[in-house]
Every structure is written in structure tokens, then in C-alpha cells.
Design a protein around this ligand. Structure first.
Ligand code: SF4
Length: 441
């Protein structure tokens, strides 16, 4: 979500003649779009603020001028003006997005008080009235994030998101359609629908009769993208408790939707899942996986896993590993628990020793690597249509491609192919990277 919102912010700023600086030294304004979901992400922001504070001091001593530092995003929401003590000049959280436009206008006027053009710039249309940016397109990227809702009503006991992103707000279908049309005009090939919990999308909220829920939105998106450059759609994140039969039907109903789902499980023990307030059991999760795999042949799954939750016993930890063995995720985002102040779990007894948490996480990562390798190994010899995303970072003569199942494949090719679909035979696995060769069909 932060990546999408940063891309949107960049686009809006460029429309108002703010250009990207080559370095912090050359910048008039430094924007930090912060994340609160993990303690490490916050520590990184504090590190950046300390760095920019020192840089500002140095630049001011040398030139009499220094860049403004503006912190936005979840951390700004959580800590507000306290960030000023750490070196920020301006702070604006997610709940007061309209303030971002005012801040930018003020900085703009301050930076270039002599320029009459500044007076004419219009910051009024920065967001739609629902607080979503109008477009999240990133120049030249054949994939685009497309937020469809934000916020979360679930209050998982370890999670800070509902406190910093607020309650669920769904974006109007007409605005989603408009952004899809814009993305198609930019030759985008794949869209990734975004939300903290996309399955609970519903518009309008309240008692209105004609509502669009998530499966209905998927059907609309399939129709809106027909005949356009957009040939693939995915979504993140899905909450297992809200994954309906109608959603499965919508996925089956259109080739637009990729055979890959990110389905956050977090844990394999029913006691821990209940303490996390996840709203499903190990059995119901596995049953959902079974139904999904039956309905969508070739489906791959990825997930989020959290170990070291307060009170997690060795047996409960083992249940994560057995669940992973049963599902065989293609990849996982794996973490150990960190206290987030203000959440329900922060008050729970039974904190797990740091060394134990690290050891358990290492076992999970090792098992995931084995599963990833097995799954990719099984794919060798098969033929796949892939989307070329761009030149490989490691070798300028190779291109990086993505399959429908969210596997990355490297093959020989030119960067000019970026944004096209090509056919590959999957030939080799080096480490956990697939290599392929282009074929006619
Ligand atoms: S579903 Fe749970 S983990 Fe996900 S954002 Fe909401 S509260 Fe956080």
C-alpha cells in the first residue's frame, strides 16, 4: 500500500512541477512515507530522520538553506507531532490526508516565494473525496497497484493497522473503473488490487440496496478490462475468514484472474489463532485451501507467518511447520512477533525469549526454502506464458519475467520486451531462481 501511495504521490507532485531530486542534498523537500506494521520499519524511519537532521544542519551551515522533511504514512498517524522532535518539519498521518496538500502548498510557497507560478498551482484535487489518490501508476511499469479499499475492522490482537489506517473504507467502483481506463491507456498489463482486507470490500457502506461486494467488483473488473491491454489481475491481502464461494466463482469465471493467491494464515495452532483473534481455525483454513485448489487448477499460494506470539509453546510452534507441510506455500512473508504498543497482544503474558523467537523463525524460513525449491523443481520442463517485467538486475542481457502463478523466471532477452507476454520453457533451477528459454508457442 505504501508503494502504491508513494507512486501516486510522485505522480501528483510531478503534475505540480515537483521533480525528483538526484540526492537528498539537492532536494527542497524530503518525503518519508512511513510504515508502522513492524518495529524494524519504524526504526528505519528514526534512522533516516537522524541522518536528515544532521544533513540539514550541515547544509544550512554551508549554504544558509536546508531541505524540509515531511513524514507521512502510518508512523505519522501513530506518533504525530512527536516526530518533529526527531527532525521532521511537517507530519501528516493517513487520517488527515487533505493536510498533505496544504503542507505541500506551504512548502512550495516557502521554497519559491518569488515565483508567481506558485500562486497558481492548485493542490485542491490531490485526492478524491474518499481520500484515495486518483492514480497509482508508476511510469514505465507494466504492473500497477490499484487500491480498492483501505483500513481494517478485524483487530487481530498483534496488529497496529486498524489503529493507524482506521476502519474499512471501500473505493467507489466508478473511481476504480476510471483508474483502470487510465492504466490501460498507459499500456499496463497487470493490475494488483490492494487493500488491508480486500475480501470485505463493499460499496456503498450502510443500508443502501444496490451494493457492490468483492466478488461483484471482480466480475465488473473482468468486464471493464476486456479488450484492453490489461490481461492479468491479482489482489492482496485476503483474509481467510472472508473468502466466499462467490469470490471463488468470480475467479473461475474469468481468465483475467491469476492462479495465485496470497492467503495470510499467520499460525497453525488453533489456540494461537484464537488468541490472535484471526476468526478461523487451522481446519477451516485447510478446508478453504482444498476448495481453492479444487476450483482453480494450478493455483499457487503464498502467505504471512508470525511466530513467537506470547505464550506460543514448542508444540504450537510445530503446528506452524505441519501446516506449511500440508499447504506447501510458494513463498511466505515470515516474521517473529514484536510488541506493538496499544494492541491487545501487548498486554498478554508469556513473552517469548528473543533467541527462541529467532530460532523458530529460522526453522520456518528453512522449511519455506525447501518447499519453494520443491515446487519450482516440479515446474521444470513446463511451458508458460510470462509477462516480461524488465531487465534482470544481475545481468543486462537477461530479462525478468513473471508467470501467472507468481513465479519469477529469468531468461535471455532484451529490455525492449518489457511489458510484453512471451512463451517460455522452464529449463533450470539455480538456487531458487527459475531459468527459461523463449519458445514459439
Ligand atoms: S486483518 Fe488483521 S493482520 Fe490484517 S490488517 Fe487487519 S488487523 Fe492487521
Amino acid at each position: 500500500m505504501n508503494m502504491a501511495e508513494s507512486a501516486a504521490l510522485k505522480q501528483e507532485l510531478e503534475a505540480l512541477f515537483w521533480l525528483e531530486a538526484g540526492s537528498a542534498q539537492e532536494a527542497g523537500l524530503i518525503i518519508i512515507n512511513s510504515c508502522s506494521v513492524r518495529a524494524t520499519a519504524e526504526q528505519r524511519v528514526f534512522g533516516r530522520l537522524a541522518h536528515y537532521k544532521a544533513l540539514k544542519k550541515k547544509l544550512f551551515a554551508e549554504t544558509g538553506k536546508a531541505p524540509f522533511v515531511f513524514v507521512t504514512g502510518c508512523m505519522a498517524e501513530r506518533l504525530g507531532e512527536k516526530l518533529i522532535e526527531h527532525g521532521a518539519d511537517y507530519v501528516s498521518g493517513a487520517s488527515e490526508k487533505q493536510k498533505i496538500a496544504l503542507i505541500l502548498k506551504e512548502v512550495s510557497d516557502n521554497l519559491d516565494a518569488q515565483n508567481p507560478l506558485q500562486k497558481q498551482l492548485n493542490y485542491d484535487n490531490f485526492f478524491s473525496k474518499d481520500g484515495f489518490f486518483n492514480s497509482h501508476y508508476e511510469e514505465g511499469n507494466p504492473r500497477a497497484y490499484l487500491p480498492i479499499m483501505r483500513g481494517c475492522n478485524n483487530f487481530c490482537s498483534y496488529c497496529i493497522v486498524p489503529y493507524v489506517r482506521g476502519r474499512e473504507v471501500s473505493r467507489p467502483p466508478c473511481d476504480i473503473k476510471k483508474e483502470i481506463e487510465f492504466l490501460a491507456s498507459k499500456q499496463v498489463r497487470e493490475i494488483i488490487l490492494l487493500g488491508q482486507n480486500v475480501n470485505s470490500y463493499i460499496y456503498p457502506s450502510g443500508a443502501a440496496k444496490d451494493k457492490t461486494d468483492f466478488p461483484a467488483l471482480l466480475n465488473k473488473i473482468a468486464a471493464w478490462t476486456e479488450g484492453t491491454t490489461i490481461k492479468r489481475a491479482r489482489f492482496i491481502s485476503s483474509h481467510p475468514k472472508d473468502f466466499s464461494e462467490r469470490t471463488i466463482e468470480a475467479l473461475r469465471g474469468s481468465p483475467l484472474f491469476c492462479r495465485h493467491l496470497h492467503l495470510c494464515v499467520q499460525h497453525g495452532s488453533n489456540r494461537v489463532l484464537a488468541a490472535m483473534n484471526r476468526g478461523y481455525t487451522r481446519e477451516s483454513y485447510l478446508e478453504l485451501v482444498r476448495r481453492l485448489k479444487d476450483a482453480l487448477p494450478g493455483l499457487t499460494l503464498s502467505t504471512d507467518i508470525l511466530t513467537g506470539f506470547p505464550g506460543e509453546t514448542e508444540e504450537e510452534f510445530e503446528e506452524i511447520l505441519t501446516l506449511m507441510d500440508e499447504v506447501k506455500f510458494l513463498y511466505s512473508f515470515m516474521y517473529h512477533y514484536n510488541v506493538r504498543e496499544g494492541t491487545a497482544a501487548a498486554a498478554l503474558p508469556g513473552r517469548i525469549d528473543e533467541a527462541v523467537k529467532r530460532e523458530r523463525l529460522a526453522k520456518i524460513i528453512a522449511l519455506q526454502k525447501t518447499h519453494t525449491k520443491q515446487l519450482l523443481q516440479n515446474r521444470l520442463g513446463s511451458f508458460e506464458e510470462v509477462l516480461v517485467e524488465g531487465i534482470s538486475k544481475k545481468n543486462p542481457l537477461e530479462i525478468l519475467c513473471r508467470t501467472e502463478r507468481d513465479e519469477m523466471v529469468v531468461c535471455a532477452g532484451a529490455g525492449a520486451l518489457a511489458g510484453s507476454f512471451i512463451n517460455l520453457k522452464l529449463l533450470e533451477l539455480r538456487g531458487n531462481t527459475l531459468f527459461g528459454t523463449a519458445v514459439e508457442h
